[in-house]
Design a protein. Structure first.
Length: 515
């Protein structure tokens, strides 16, 4: 999971020789003047029966993303053979389960699993399955607490100490957290309590909204005056600012401009939608008394102050799973969501400047509302996973790739490696980047044309090269003898246009540093 975010437009530079820590078609939607987004026919896995929560991560550190799904009374880990084919090997039992997240909870570089569970005596626990390192064995450690609201939890490093915390809601109008103590224990902490009567928390999303290096929280509070029909009188998005102390401070607040009355917020997420280096917010909801159509409000962030940027309508149902990813590799974050009433997944394409284009759903035949996004087949594009009534399905991204590519030789400690980028113009400058934190949404880098990279922070800029007369940039670098073993994610950016305004990026690739 991401830790501390980088400030706007800045990328930490590694020393020469890299860094001591590491590298020191089933449906089609079209936007004018853009390549179509395509996914292949769904690949279905039905051996778990009805599936619920769904996450993805590399549990055995082989540089291949694995898939985790809940089914029956167990959490199942499906291991990826590198080409996107999955096979289950690990089953972790639970009693009841709410929420599921994957993160390294003890700092040992192994991805663990986190969820809420309920004991036989009806008391609640935070359960963490600590991965022994191979993804096939581990230990469950429980932390008791009074209870929680059914608002999706997130795992994020709130204290910038390199340890992941768990953010959730314990009471109707509160934001709370289990602060990770680093010894497999957690301190229950009240982060914020909304003081307007009858307003309740509906959804929240973390992000560094004021660019000060720590993680803040955007939260949607709504006044719902009839829980049977969920009629809504007011909807506010509040920025809860992290000043390295609790409770968080209430920053700016904005009323949501729903086009339809009585919209209930079901999900929200945050990411840099316009490439200006500020983390923006997306809130999704639907009429509480009659499902559909969904509405999405995009809120533009300017250094910690939100403004209404766009409203978009699509589909019918309740958008319970909402995520951002650059699906078409054009440098902009697209909106991906699933609902409880559509047998598929929607992609809302980001056309730039807060213009979003609606698309028909990509069908999976699964009736469900959980999704996950990751590159399963190693081609540098994000694939979609969707769970539901009969298991889960994978949609492999088949969007045509245009533009430059990045290739590298095998990465071995103490030996030289070659990194090649083709598709540049003669003489263009190519920036080589890497991250040990994996891939996912991140903020735009103004120094690199403002595009949203696919590498998670911290992003290391480790070298620059010039393209030759054939438009190929070749870089040779020695992998430090003390580089950390395991997967890293690489990406390159070709600087183009005045001040890099027309820069283009390669698809990311994940490689292993080996001995």
């Amino acid at each position: 999971m991401p830790g501390r975010r980088q400030r706007r437009g800045r990328i930490p530079c590694a020393m020469p020789g890299l860094s001591a820590a590491g590298l020191g078609v089933s449906a089609v939607g079209v936007v004018a003047n853009a390549q179509p987004i395509r996914f292949g026919d769904p690949v279905r896995y039905t051996d778990t029966g009805r599936a619920g929560y769904l996450v993805s991560a590399d549990f055995d550190r082989d540089a291949n993303v694995d898939v985790v799904v809940t089914g029956g009374s167990a959490i199942h880990i499906y291991f990826n053979n590198g080409s996107g084919q999955l096979h289950p090997e690990t089953a972790i039992p639970f009693r009841s389960i709410w929420n599921l997240a994957a993160a390294d909870m003890d700092g040992d570089q192994h991805v663990d699993l986190v969820w809420f569970d309920r004991r036989e005596d009806r008391t609640y626990v935070l359960s963490v399955w600590y991965n022994a390192g191979d993804g096939r064995s581990g230990e469950i450690v429980e932390t008791a607490f009074p209870g929680f609201q059914n608002v999706p939890a997130v795992v994020w490093d709130l204290t910038s100490d390199g340890l992941e915390d768990v953010v959730f809601s314990a009471e109707p109008a509160t934001v709370d957290a289990f602060i990770n103590q680093g010894d497999r224990t957690f301190a229950l902490t009240r982060l914020f309590e909304y003081d307007l009567p009858d307003y309740g928390l509906q959804a929240f999303a973390p992000g560094d909204f004021d660019n000060d290096g720590d993680v803040d929280i955007a939260a949607t509070f709504q006044y719902i005056y009839s829980y049977r029909y969920k009629n809504v009188k007011g909807s506010n998005v509040s920025l809860l600012m992290n000043d390295r102390q609790t409770p968080f401070r209430l920053g700016s607040e904005i009323a949501l401009p729903w086009d339809v009355n009585d919209i209930v917020a079901h999900a929200m997420t945050a990411g840099d939608l316009d490439g200006d280096g500020d983390v923006d917010v997306v809130v999704a909801g639907s009429p509480g008394n009659d499902p559909g159509p969904d509405e999405f409000v995009m809120l533009e962030n300017d250094g910690g102050r939100l403004s209404n940027a766009a409203t978009h309508r699509a589909s019918e149902g309740w958008p319970e799973a909402l995520a951002l990813a650059d699906i078409d590799t054009d440098g902009r974050l697209d909106v991906v969501f699933a609902t409880g009433s559509i047998r598929g997944v929607y992609v809302v394409r980001n056309a730039g400047r807060f213009l979003f284009e609606g698309m028909s759903p990509f069908p999976t035949t699964m009736l469900g509302s959980m999704l996950s996004i990751a590159d399963l087949d190693g081609n540098g594009q994000f694939d979609l996973m969707h769970s539901g009534s009969t298991g889960f399905a994978v949609l492999f991204n088949q969007t045509p790739l245009r533009g430059p590519r990045l290739e590298s030789s095998t990465l071995v400690r103490g030996q030289s490696a070659t990194f090649v980028v083709d598709g540049a113009r003669p003489g263009e400058r190519v920036e080589y980047l890497y991250s040990a934190a994996g891939v996912g949404r991140t903020r735009g880098q103004q120094a690199l044309g403002g595009m949203t990279l696919d590498l998670r922070a911290p992003i290391i800029h480790f070298a620059t090269a010039r393209a030759d007369a054939q438009g190929v940039a070749v870089l040779r670098r020695r992998i430090p003898a003390n580089a950390a073993l395991g997967p890293i994610s690489l990406q390159a950016v070709i600087r183009r246009g005045p001040d890099g305004v027309d820069s283009v990026k390669t698809p990311f690739r994940t490689s292993l540093i080996q001995d």
